[in-house]
Design a protein around this ligand. Sequence first.
Ligand SMILES: [Mg+2]
Length: 223
Amino acid sequence: MFDLDGTLVDSNPVDSQCYLQALVDVFGFDLDKIDRNWGNYPHVTDAGILQTLCQVELGRVPTAIEIGDYQCRFLELLVLAVSQKSLQSIEGASEILEYLSMDDNYAIALATGAWKQTADFKLQQTRLDGIISPMAYADDAHARVEIMKFAERRSLEFYRQSQFETVTYIGDGVWDGIASKQLNYNFIGIGTGKRAVDLLATGARSVFPHYLDIGGIMSVLST
Ligand SMILES: [Mg+2]
């Protein structure tokens, strides 16, 4: 089970930049007052962060109309940014997804904290659409663990299984490791430098900078 941003797609900086600009454009929030350390939010998902910010800044949760307007503006900004600088997948992402999808011992799924419309756009731009399903998004739940549970339930149905022997979540955030621990999933980190150290400290069985070492990743997945 894969996270999307920073895990399959090298999208974290542009995604954060557009997310923040949409907060200004739609809600008029003052960026200087916004905590950009996403790990400090109770739910590190597009929906969860927006809800927390609205509670802090407006004293209430966003309305459905506000969420719709926000999602539209966020996507518009992302489309514009990607037209200026194309989005790249993490190296080897399509190869590992194709490799896993050919092996009957494995089922693959996406569990992302992004909303469906921006997630689908990022997958299309990096040509990863069509090789990973089923999917669960921030539209399904605010909490990452709930999104992951949706992805697991959809996978059982999609792959016609009554249960999986083990589930491994692959992610780039400390919150991905914490969510994996809560669900008793194995966790593999994607990252380098300090991020890699933090992911190992969160319980990652191993951390890879990308997916070029398919053999190495498969050996961690299979043990
Ligand atoms: Mg991520």
